[in-house]
Design a binder for this molecule. Structure first.
Ligand code: IMP
Length: 430
């Protein structure tokens, strides 16, 4: 069954883009199934670094067709800008190379205004969203008042729907959130221009992908964000509003179950998080600075979408085991192992303690992590620079021991390890 699914196992930013880029070399279709331009997938190819938010990162591989599924929320102007900037970088995105599901919902300027106003109203209790209108767009979807890509194809009806959408949001902004109303006409003009631009890309993604799978073509489903940001399975309420977990690939692309072959969980060799919410292994001070980097390299721990410094900490395998189960992972892909070079010892959280009791599983999932203290195992570090390693034998003994310990704690094999941002800086493990 030729469907592979790539999911983030942590709070996003695991480095999925670089493995999607790698696996896309073998794929015919690369399909995003959740989230919107809150995502930021960085791919480095030689001198060029691509930071993609909406377009599946696999389209950088010339032989692939990119797909945006119905589970994604699309900000049309962001997508148009991204298509233009890819074109400038020599990557042609035509309606033959990018298909957008007719059932994907739109993010409008009104959703952006609502996101800002809602976060401001929450004050200290804010989620710390990316302010990209994600929550409000999915709220419109579940309240059955959303605007979809297919609506763009009937201009007159679409303009009426946009006008009424802005009216409803304006009432919320002015009556409930103490914010300024929006100019409906301006939004209508903007969305009308976007509709002309994007109409040729709108397609029946479910049929295209099902036919492709039926004919043995390879489909790579690309999740955005991570398991711990999943609306149902993450650290609720500090989550995003979609399902980044593997099952989201089926609903978010319109596929029947059972096609999957590999479910690849991408995990960073340490833990990071942006925005608010619990983080048991969080570090501060010197060690945090060491893991985060100074921000002058594209791979340092600063948000691709917002530029915010990420919170960082030691790898948490209680949460990683949870992600392995929730996603049905067949394997793990470990990123940024090179960042741990020179640290000694390396710590890994293998259990939690609360009120004198030890927990290796969370009794009620990850949304209530308060009061759980991480229990750390100390593993010896390594001093060697591993950025040139290309095989298991090239890795120092201590780095191998770290990989083996993670496998043992999670019960799935680690098949790929990245040791730097470049395409070739990967160690495959047989
Ligand atoms: P939203 O998705 O913008 O509503 O933000 C909700 C939460 O998810 C916030 O904590 C964000 O920082 C986080 N988040 C959303 N997208 C990403 C991502 O791509 N990487 C990491 N965190 C993200």
């Amino acid at each position: 069954m030729p469907l592979d699914i790539v999911v983030g196992t942590q709070w996003g930013d695991e480095g999925k883009g670089r493995f999607v880029d790698l696996l896309a070399a073998e794929a015919d279709y690369v399909a995003r199934y959740n989230g919107g331009d809150n995502a930021g997938h960085t791919v480095t190819v030689g001198e060029q670094t691509f930071k993609l938010h909406l377009t599946p990162s696999g389209v950088i591989q010339p032989g692939t067709i990119g797909v945006i599924g119905n589970g994604v929320v699309v900000n049309p102007s962001v997508l148009i800008q991204e298509i233009d900037s890819l074109l400038k970088a020599g990557i042609e995105i035509t309606p033959q190379r990018l298909l957008i599901s007719y059932a994907a919902h739109l993010i409008t300027p009104a959703h952006l205004a609502l996101d800002r106003a809602q976060e401001a109203a929450l004050g200290k209790g804010k989620i710390g969203t990316t302010l990209r209108g994600i929550g409000p767009a999915y709220t419109s979807k579940v309240s059955r008042k959303g605007l979809r890509m297919v609506d763009m194809l009937d201009r007159d009806k679409f303009m009426l729907a946009v006008r009424s959408h802005v009216q409803v949001v304006n009432e919320q902004l002015t009556n409930l959130l103490d914010a300024e109303p929006l100019d409906a006409r301006q939004i209508e003009d903007e969305l009308s221009r976007s509709a002309s631009h994007l109409a040729p890309f709108i397609a029946d993604v479910s049929t295209v992908l099902t036919d492709a799978l039926g004919h043995g073509r390879r489909v790579l489903a690309e999740g955005a964000q991570g398991t711990l940001l999943d609306l149902d399975h993450g650290t609720y309420p500090f989550v995003t509003s979609s399902n980044p977990t593997a099952a989201g690939a089926f609903t978010g692309l319109g596929l029947g179950v059972g096609y999957e072959e590999r479910v690849i969980g991408v995990t960073k060799a340490f833990q990071s998080r942006v925005g608010s919410g619990p983080f048991p292994t969080e570090l501060e001070g010197e060690m945090a600075l060491r893991l985060r980097g100074t921000g002058d390299q594209p791979w340092d721990e600063y948000g691709t979408t917002t530029g915010r410094p990420r919170r960082v900490g030691w790898l948490d395998t209680v949460l990683l085991r949870y992600s392995t189960r929730i996603n049905g992972l067949t394997e793990l892909a470990l990123t940024k192992l090179d960042i741990l070079s020179g640290l000694d010892p390396i710590q890994i959280c293998s259990a939690y303690r609360r009120a004198d009791q030890t927990y290796t599983e969370l009794p009620f999932g990850p949304s209530d992590l308060s009061g759980y203290e991480p229990i750390y195992e100390q593993l010896p570090g390594w001093q060697a620079d591993i950025r040139h390693a290309r095989s298991w034998e090239h890795l120092p003994q201590a780095a191998r021991a770290y990989i083996l310990r993670i496998e043992k704690l999670c019960g799935v094999p680690i098949r790929l390890v990245s040791v730097g941002p470049e395409r070739e800086q990967v160690v495959p493990i047989a």
